[in-house]
Design a binder for this molecule. Structure first.
Ligand code: SAM
Length: 287
């Protein structure tokens, strides 16, 4: 799929949106129906690893070492009773954790398969687990969503870079946010070095990317800054970390290296501020 974004042309947008939904349907179906596992992005607490010697994205233990701290930071910013909107919720891991701590979550995603899976999984675990909060899963385009009650927090994990025109989107979502509300997210930024590394990787390994992959990665910081007042900002995944992960971390033998590498990566990204930065954590309040 190699469609170009053209926001002037609504037919093109709809075509791309369908391609985006198809991509995530297919991606998720493969894990659930073929690999038959609970991936971390379905349930952090009951996740299993896809196979030995996989990269951090497919191994809940490694994933937790690499990005767990920022998952906790998002959860810490939402209190029991808060009305929270999870945008691009995927199969629902974040919504589920929020509901476990008592939040009332509205969770939106464009992928019908992911939303159906999230709903079915929620119904299944509620037979053995009592959630303090609730989740209303909605399948639809985040650009169209209408919400009834004012929100305390908007959360996003790795999804903002898939939404074209973040300027318009934030303008609209702010209408549903309480004056003292906030947005807390962790997302993918542009990095030339890492993009080039990805191109080299795709030369050797076939990798499918979604229709809107990286469509707004360069807009995230600019438009959060325009519509919200940034209170905290942290960067993660420098080029040396990415290289290490690429070369070593898929082998479980090197697990002992992940923790020190993460500590070094925090310093390189946030104190030394060079060598590329792939992800950003932002907490910002309404203004
Ligand atoms: C990289 S995934 C992240 C999913 C989830 N937040 C997670 O952590 O697993 C991006 C998600 O954004 C969703 N998405 C893309 N465009 C969307 C749109 N316009 N409206 C709602 N969801 C969308 C995709 O279906 C996909 O599930």
């Amino acid at each position: 799929m190699n469609l170009k974004v053209n926001m002037e042309n609504i037919e093109n947008y709809n075509e791309m949106l369908n391609a985006e939904a198809d991509h995530w349907d297919e991606f998720e179906r493969d894990f659930i129906e073929n690999k038959k596992i609970i991936p971390w992005w379905l349930d952090l607490q009951r996740a299993s690893k896809v196979a030995p010697n996989t990269n951090e994205g497919l191994d809940p233990y490694k994933e937790n070492l690499v990005r767990g701290k920022y998952k906790q930071k998002i959860l810490e910013n939402c209190n029991s009773g808060d009305k929270v909107l999870d945008i691009g919720c995927g199969s629902g891991w974040l919504s589920l954790e929020l509901a476990r701590k008592g939040c009332q979550v509205t969770a939106i995603d464009i992928s019908p398969y992911r939303i159906a899976l999230a709903k079915a999984y929620l119904a299944k675990i509620q037979k053995t687990e009592t959630l303090l909060g609730s989740i209303n899963y909605i399948c639809g385009d985040i650009k169209e969503v209408e919400l009834a009650s004012p929100l305390d927090v908007i959360v996003a994990w790795d999804s903002l870079h898939h939404f074209p025109s973040l300027d318009e989107l934030f303008e609209r979502l702010k209408q549903f946010l309480k004056p003292e509300g906030k947005i807390v997210c962790y997302d993918h930024l542009g990095s030339k070095f890492i993009e080039n590394l990805g191109k080299i990787r795709r030369y050797f390994v076939e990798e499918k990317v979604s229709a809107f992959e990286d469509v707004s990665q360069d807009e995230i910081h600019e438009f959060i800054n325009k519509h919200f007042q940034i209170e905290e900002k942290r960067y993660r995944i420098s080029a040396p970390f990415r290289l290490l992960a690429f070369a070593l971390f898929r082998y479980d033998f090197f697990n002992f290296l992940i923790r020190p590498a993460v500590a070094m990566d925090e310093i390189i990204c946030n104190k030394l501020k060079f060598l590329g930065k792939e992800f950003i954590f932002i907490k910002a309040k309404n203004k």
